[in-house]
Design a protein around this ligand. Structure first.
Ligand SMILES: O=C(CO)[C@@H](O)[C@H](O)COP(=O)(O)O
Ligand SMILES: [Fe+2]
Length: 226
């Protein structure tokens, strides 16, 4: 990914699931479709699994960014890979074998992502930062769409960017939760480049315009940083 390229991944958690194919067709400008898998155990909500991911892949050409909010991801990751996920992101807090899991994802040709909850420090990534393609900094506590952005996430993003620069690695830095044109500038100024947005895209009538506004606000944040 280019250093100054802001990308938006609409989260279908906020889409009208009864008309998923139409919803997917509406997100012009989206670089990924964000797919929130929740198991009712790691997070207090239950959504969809690999079967729905395979249906999403059938319905759109846009690559799928699978965010697995599930306990014991080691068990289910092969299913999400087989379903066609282009990025598979598991939670640091959910596995004892993060490096092994990241290797498995990469061996199958997908991008490997690791996510950290708001309560998990960036230092938790110390032993894995070289082995992943993406780091997802949760900017709300996972489980639900439409929550308020946690401002303390900005400090974590700056710490992560500094860690990456020091170690000379450049994973995609993704943020998820409460992202809108109002918060996109700050997260991009702090280091994020891939912005998940659920309610700020699917809650709007004109999705292409919503995606464009988030992208532009993010790019304005990059200028501020420079
Ligand atoms: O992973 C999650 C929630 O746990 C997200 O991907 C949400 O779907 C984001 O929704 P908004 O905060 O953008 O409405
Ligand atoms: Fe997500």
């Amino acid at each position: 990914m280019l250093e100054n390229n802001v990308q938006v991944a609409p989260s279908i958690l906020s889409a009208d699931l009864g008309h998923l194919a139409d919803e997917l067709a509406s997100i012009e400008g989206a670089v990924y479709v964000h797919f929130d898998a929740m198991d009712g155990h790691f997070v207090p909500n239950l959504t969809f699994g690999p079967g729905v991911l395979a249906a999403v892949k059938e319905a759109t050409q846009i690559p799928v960014d699978a965010h697995l909010m599930i306990s014991n991801p080691d068990q289910m990751v092969p299913e999400y890979l087989a379903a066609g996920a282009d990025i598979v992101t598991f939670h640091y807090e959910a596995t004892a074998h993060a490096n092994r899991l990241a290797s498995l994802i990469r061996e199958k040709g997908a991008k490997a992502g690791i996510a950290i909850n708001p309560g998990t420090p960036v230092s938790a990534l110390d032993a894995i930062i070289e082995d992943v393609d993406l780091v997802l900094v949760m900017t709300v506590n996972p489980g639900f769409g439409g929550q308020k952005f946690i401002p303390g996430s900005l400090r974590k993003l700056r710490q992560l960017k500094a860690m990456c620069d020091e170690r000379r690695v450049s994973p995609i830095i993704e943020v998820d939760g409460g992202i809108s044109p109002a918060t996109a500038g700050d997260v991009c100024a702090a280091g994020a480049r891939l912005l998940v947005a659920g309610s700020a895209v699917f809650g709007k009538e004109n999705r292409a315009e919503a995606i464009r506004k988030i992208t532009e606000a993010g790019e304005a944040g990059l200028t501020r940083r420079a």
